[in-house]
Design a protein around this ligand. Structure first.
Ligand code: DX5
Ligand code: ZN
Length: 546
């Protein structure tokens, strides 16, 4: 298993492949001015690397792109990347299409911090602040094992702390920013002021090493300014590790070591100092960190046709049409007129339909005492049975009886039921059925908070280590809503009168239109950027590991 990292700098693009032990196996670079089309350039560089390393492209599972810009919180959109014109806002989707891989976008200094946290100078620390001293100052923060972007998304802009009232103009539009005095760009200005027009930061350090008093004082002044900012980080965040990276971090004797001493002397701690040192991955940190960003494999969306919406006088034909349209499940509602104010499908009729088709059944039990229903249901390979959390005091028992029957076990939750109720039974389930309407009737309008609830449920499952647990959504899965539900993290959609059984449309046409909204032409096609992962499966438990 390999991961692809892409690091976009001011002038060049670096592509690298990381193996399962987080080792960087090789890199390829291309100058931006030579790039006509970014996505094909990344594919070509990847192909070259795979050829050189003897790696099949199919062994790469995901990609991450580090960019010198602002990225949306979900890592899907580039919001701002001044002076990098080759990148569009939808660069992730374009690359997913080009590489047929799931991917993510991350701001480069955060990628660097993540790389150093996972397998660099910060490995083993709980919280890492990685300060990249390059032309400017980029700062990435990993707090308690997660990248910290801040609720406004711009956490880490250490370089733009004002340190000189009315001072040097900065690219951010302000004056007197820290990076204009303490990073490569700023120290180059200092060099030209002290040593003459055109002198560089490099030459400033050489002059200082040669004993030039003014150069020594200028560097000491920069150390104090930067040191003050780093002390603020220690006092504010109390991280256990602060790393210095970027070109300037090579100046250990005159810059990094005095900086570390300054911070140790001036910071406030309850006794234990943070680990302060030069980073380990250095220039490869953004590339490695981008590759190691957690990427949720985009699963191929599946449909579950709600048989209660089919023509009651032609159910056999409906089942044939559902199969012909490539729909993966038959959603079979079971209602007792108690738990929900509706009555649906007597057992004999359900079993007759179940036997008629080889499409797996996705039973949705909306009834009190679900256990008495579970035991009567006919089961075949791939079937799923959902039980409402709200319908029984013995949910775990119901779920284990479903699993004993060899069906996929799922818990359904109503719109008003918080996702937190699922925490104890996550090990017992293969799927969550998230009701986006109040159960019992077709043709309802979605409860607006459903999209956010899907997103929060997906995050909760992934963070708890249950990436394989699927999310099915039931209620108003319309042409307009399904793409948003999918983007939020849903995998299976109960399709009824809002789409596949929409008046005036055949099942086949409704299905085609629905897949079209997801950028797919047929049910069989993998969704853009989604690699058919066998973890898509949900249902019969034979052979499925837990
Ligand atoms: C709701 C039912 C489904 C579905 C119908 O409990 O399980 O049949 O909502 O689809 P729509 O909402 O599109 O009519
Ligand atoms: Zn349903």
């Amino acid at each position: 298993m390999y991961r692809l990292g892409v690091d976009i700098g001011g002038t060049k693009v670096n592509v690298g492949i990381i193996d399962a032990n987080n080792q960087l196996l090789g890199t390829r670079r291309r100058y931006i001015k030579e790039i006509q089309d970014f996505t094909s350039a990344v594919r070509e560089l990847t192909d070259e690397l795979c050829g050189e390393l003897g790696i099949a492209k199919e062994e790469i599972v995901s990609f991450g792109v580090g960019v010198p810009g602002t990225v949306s919180a979900d890592g899907r959109r580039l919001l701002k990347a001044p002076n990098i014109s080759i990148l569009s806002e939808t660069i992730v989707e374009e690359l997913e299409k080009e590489l047929s891989l799931p991917g993510i976008l991350v701001q480069d200094s955060r990628a660097a911090a993540w790389g150093e946290y996972v397998c660099g100078g910060g490995a083993g620390a709980k919280s890492v602040v990685c300060i990249t001293l390059g032309t400017g100052i980029g700062t990435g923060v990993v707090l308690d094992g997660k990248i910290y972007a801040g609720s406004l998304g711009s956490a880490g802009e250490l370089g733009h702390i004002p340190v000189r009232e009315g001072g040097r103009a900065c690219g951010c539009g302000k004056k007197g920013c820290l990076e204009k005095y303490c990073a490569g760009g700023g120290l180059t200005i200092t060099a030209s002021e002290l040593l003459g027009e055109g002198k560089t930061a490099e030459e400033l350090f050489e002059a200082a090493k040669a004993g030039n008093e003014e150069a020594l004082e200028a560097i000491a002044d920069a150390v104090r300014l930067l040191g003050g900012a780093v002390v603020s980080i220690v006092n504010l965040l109390s991280p256990d590790c602060i790393l210095f990276s970027g070109g300037l971090s090579a100046q250990e004797e005159l810059y990094v070591n005095p900086l570390i001493e300054y911070v140790k002397e001036h910071c406030y701690t309850a006794g234990t100092l943070p680990e302060l040192k030069r980073a380990k991955l250095l220039e490869y940190a953004p590339l490695i960190g981008a590759a190691l960003m957690p990427v949720r494999a985009r699963r191929t969306p599946k449909l579950s046709a709600s048989i209660m919406c089919a023509d009651a006088l032609r159910l056999g034909q409906a089942l044939d049409d559902i199969k012909g349209a490539g729909i993966q499940y038959v959603h079979c509602d079971i209602m007792d007129n108690h738990f929900v104010p509706n009555l649906m499908l007597p057992m004999e009729m359900m079993n007759r339909l179940h036997d008629y088709t080889d499409i797996p059944f996705d039973y949705h039990i909306m009834a009190e005492n679900p256990g008495s229903i579970i035991e009567k249901l006919a089961i075949k390979a791939g079937d799923i049975i959902s039980v409402h959390y709200e319908s029984t005091n013995h949910l775990q028992l119901a779920l284990s009886s479903i699993r004993d029957k060899g069906a996929g076990a799922a818990v359904a939750i109503n719109p008003a039921t918080p996702i937190a109720v699922l925490s104890e039974i996550l090990p017992e389930i293969d799927m969550v059925l998230l009701m986006s309407v109040n159960p019992g009737f077709a043709g309802q309008k979605i409860v607006p908070s459903s999209f956010d609830k899907i997103r929060r449920l997906r995050t909760m499952l992934d963070e708890a280590g249950y990436e394989k647990v699927l999310i099915e959504v039931d209620g108003n899965c319309s042409f307009e809503n399904v793409p948003k539900m999918y983007a939020a993290g849903a995998d299976i959609f109960v399709v009824g009168t809002s789409s596949v059984f929409k008046k005036g449309l055949s099942i086949k046409e409704g299905t085609r239109q629905l897949y079209h909204t997801l950028g797919m032409e047929t049910a069989g096609e993998a969704v853009n950027g989604g690699r058919r992962s066998n973890s898509d499966g949900c249902g019969c438990r034979e052979g499925s590991d837990r």
